[in-house]
Design a binder for this molecule. Structure first.
Ligand SMILES: Cc1cc2nc3c(=O)[nH]c(=O)nc-3n(C[C@H](O)[C@H](O)[C@H](O)COP(=O)(O)OP(=O)(O)OC[C@H]3O[C@@H](n4cnc5c(N)ncnc54)[C@H](O)[C@@H]3O)c2cc1C
Length: 382
């Protein structure tokens, strides 16, 4: 190994999170080595739906996502390449009185948090925003026009290229196999290409984050769950500027993807697993929901499908910041299915924290050491 035996920071994992952090830490003037055991963006990031929303149930996530949206809007100017951010909006369909009450309350919170462009939508207005959606049983909806979709590949590769231009070393096919600790402090990362002396290791290993720290006795509550995505053939009924649409009751969602439509749904009775083989029986459980909500999708056929991993914590909130002991071990993991859209803001703010500068937002409620029994859980949508 040469040129990367010593670094101010070693990042474990080269998904959207690790690459965003590499870029933002490099901008803060730190020397960074990122180790990715496969290829950059090849795991959850490369298998995600690209959704970027600000309509979260926890106020801290709303504020965090407002920062991510701003960073994605100015991505090309800041980072030097486009990220294909299309602000087609997110439409959240509500079909029970309980959902209506909950989202009307959230709407007030969103406005307080500065998300003033989010609004209440009547069933008739749903018809205008998304003509292919059946309004049967819809009691109302919320819509935020500045939400949308971005390219996971463009974001990850853009941050990676930007970091490299600033001097960071991003190693692929390089596994972090352990963390060396002396006197309660991190002193090195052990990798498949040798030892890197560093006082700071940041765990951005996605669904595998718990494995990275298990060897030094740090238990992280991050559990992998498989999630599927299906993409239809050409579907003229759904235009390319249709919003990302989520049926809250079932978590069924879809958005335009090329000339087709990308869709998925939360899966019931799932068990933790690293398996990412496609189980076509999942499609059978989604089909009745499609049939009742967006029948046009049934005519489009299925062009392709894949599966990836959610990295789930007990409260569906991420683990961000120092773990406490050992000193110098940090986390940016446990995003519970929201990590692509949170990576821009989280990378920027963690870099501010590490550089000991004023932060855009206090992320201490997401501290890895928080009391999970009392932490405010986040609702689990795409
Ligand atoms: C079907 C599906 C749809 C989704 N849709 C959305 C969406 O619309 N919007 C959204 O925001 N999120 C979505 N997500 C969630 C999102 O994909 C993840 O939260 C996000 O990609 C996490 O990014 P990451 O960089 O933390 O993890 P990853 O992209 O998984 O990157 C972690 C990397 O760490 C590497 N690694 C692991 N162990 C080691 C080691 N020991 N040494 C070196 N490298 C290691 C892995 O190889 C991997 O590349 C979706 C996920 C799935 C599965």
């Amino acid at each position: 190994m040469s040129g990367f035996e010593v670094a101010d920071a070693v990042i474990v994992g080269g998904g959207a999170m690790g690459c965003s952090l590499a870029y933002h830490l490099s901008r803060e003037g730190l020397s960074v080595v990122l180790c990715e055991r496969g290829e950059l963006g090849s795991q959850s990031t490369g298998r995600c739906a690209g959704g970027v929303r600000q309509q979260f149930s926890s106020e801290l996530n709303v504020r965090l996502q407002r920062i991510s949206v701003r960073l994605l809007q100015q991505f090309a100017d800041d980072v030097g390449s486009p990220c294909s951010f299309r602000q087609i909006g997110y439409l959240m369909l509500l079909s029970t009185p309980g959902e209506v009450a909950s989202f009307q309350q959230q709407l007030r919170m969103w406005h307080t948090a500065g998300l003033t462009e989010a609004s209440w939508v009547t069933p008739d207005e749903v018809g205008e925003l998304a003509p292919s959606v059946s309004r049967d049983g819809i009691l109302g909806a919320t819509f935020c026009p500045t939400d949308g979709i971005a390219s996971p590949n463009d974001v990850t590769q853009g941050y990676a290229a930007g970091a490299r231009r600033l001097g960071a070393i991003l190693l692929t096919e390089t596994e972090v196999q352990g963390v060396d600790v002396q006197g309660g402090r991190v002193v090195a990362a052990r990798t498949s290409r040798g030892r890197i002396s560093t006082p700071l290791v940041i765990n951005c290993a996605g669904a595998w984050a718990a494995e990275v720290t298990a060897g030094i006795g740090v238990r992280l509550p991050v559990v992998p769950y498989r999630r599927h995505i299906f993409v239809t053939g050409a579907c003229p009924a759904i235009s390319s500027d249709s919003p990302m649409t989520v049926e809250v009751a079932t978590s069924f969602y879809f958005h335009p993807e090329g000339d087709g439509v990308l869709f998925g749904m939360g899966e019931r009775d799932e068990v933790p697993s690293f398996d990412v083989d496609v189980d076509w029986r999942v499609l059978e459980t989604i089909q009745p929901v499609m049939e009742s909500r967006v029948p046009a999708l049934l005519d489009a056929g299925i062009r392709t499908a894949w599966a990836g991993l959610y990295e789930v914590t007990p409260d569906h909130q991420p683990l961000l910041g120092p773990v406490g002991e050992p000193d110098g071990l940090w986390c940016a993991c446990g995003f519970s299915g929201h990590g692509f859209q949170q990576a821009p803001a989280v990378g920027r703010i963690l870099a501010q924290m590490i550089a000991d500068r004023p932060v855009d937002l206090d992320l201490s409620p997401f501290s890895p050491g928080r009391d999970l029994a009392v932490s405010q859980p986040e609702a689990n949508f795409i």
